[in-house]
Design a protein around this ligand. Structure first.
Ligand SMILES: [Zn+2]
Ligand SMILES: [Zn+2]
Length: 359
């Protein structure tokens, strides 16, 4: 009995537990599901709001950073533009201006030399003194406009490695309040665009040569010079033409002058060439046809000839300007261009033929 009672009690208990468990689980589960859904929705809603606020704060911080950055760079621009009126900017501008002023000085000297047919006795010293004067005028300007004390001392005017350049060395000292500057400024002045004074000085005894745009018409000035110096066949250089304005030849290496129309274009443009024998620009101002500096040479071109047939045996002095004006060695006539029965010619020696690739 006892065993039966125990079994029946045990069974009832299990049953009741089962029932209770089943009901409560079902109900709770259902309830939980409902609660869960609501919570999830609420949670979702909450997280959207939280996300939006975070995004808003993030945007706000970014905007602040951007505004700060902008105002900082704006401040920098303002201080940079303030700086443009300031010490370093003025000094930099002043230094850039030295070669510009120097070229004006050299050009003026060349004009005077050409006009008066009178060589400069010491071009380097004269150019140096004139640049010094110009810079001193600038000193007053900077003092008045920027309140900056600038002092310049031109140390030297000299040849650089490139014969198309002249170098100027200047000590520049400057002071404004606590700011100061001291430097040796080396300026490079291009001589391109300046007039060649040499022909006017070499032919100064009989100066019938004239400027004709970018060229020189020699008229009888060069043939007179040749007669005077007892040179071969002066007649060929009657009414010869030469180059007035210094321009650097574009046909480099020079050997390509022998190809196509290069020589014709070179002569038409009056290009100048580098030459160890030709005189440098500063010595040209002194009337020297030759100097020990690395220099320049340009062709002097006889009048075109009519009806040249076959080999021309006529000779004269080679038409590189330093040869005509200094070394005087003979050359043969070379036709570098022909149209109809008119031949454009040069008198040229063997070494210049080789230099310019003329066979
Ligand atoms: Zn050339
Ligand atoms: Zn020289």
């Amino acid at each position: 009995m006892k065993l039966l009672e125990i079994i029946s009690l045990y069974y009832k208990k299990i049953n009741s537990i089962k029932n209770i468990n089943f009901k409560s689980f079902d109900f709770k589960n259902y309830h939980l599901k409902r609660i869960g859904k609501n919570n999830l929705f609420k949670e979702k809603k909450g997280s959207i709001f939280t996300g939006l606020s975070l995004l808003f704060i993030f945007c706000f911080i970014i905007s602040i950073i951007l505004i700060l950055n902008f105002s900082m760079s704006y401040q920098e621009i303002i201080s940079a533009s303030e700086d443009s009126n300031s010490f370093n900017y003025v000094i930099e501008n002043h230094n850039k201006n030295i070669p510009v002023l120097s070229k004006v000085v050299i050009s003026k000297l060349a004009d005077d030399v050409i006009k008066n047919h009178n060589p400069s006795y010491d071009s380097r010293e004269i150019v140096k003194d004139e640049i010094q004067k110009k810079l001193e005028k600038q000193e007053e300007y900077y003092q008045l406009k920027n309140g900056i004390n600038i002092e310049n001392e031109v140390l030297s005017v000299y040849n650089g490695k490139d014969p198309f350049h002249i170098n100027v060395k200047t000590i520049v000292n400057a002071k404004k309040g606590k700011e100061s500057y001291s430097n040796v400024v080396e300026s490079v002045v291009s001589i391109e665009g300046l007039k060649d004074p040499l022909p006017f000085l070499m032919c100064r005894e009989h100066p019938t040569l004239i400027e004709n745009g970018t060229k020189i018409d020699y008229n009888d000035a060069l043939s007179y010079y040749m007669v005077k110096n007892g040179l071969l066949n002066p007649k060929i250089y009657e009414n010869a033409t030469g180059s007035l304005i210094i321009r650097k030849c574009i046909y480099d290496p020079y050997k390509i002058h022998g190809e196509g129309y290069c020589m014709k274009n070179c002569i038409d443009n009056g290009y100048f060439h580098e030459s160890a024998d030709g005189s440098c620009y500063l010595c040209r101002l002194e009337g020297k046809g030759s100097c020990y500096h690395y220099g320049l040479e340009v062709f002097i071109v006889p009048q075109p000839k009519k009806n040249i047939n076959g080999n021309i045996t006529e000779k004269s002095i080679s038409g590189s300007d330093h040869v005509l004006f200094n070394d005087h060695y003979p050359g043969n006539i070379v036709e570098f261009f022909k149209k109809d029965d008119i031949s454009e010619i040069l008198v040229i020696d063997d070494s210049h033929r080789a230099k310019y690739g003329i066979l």
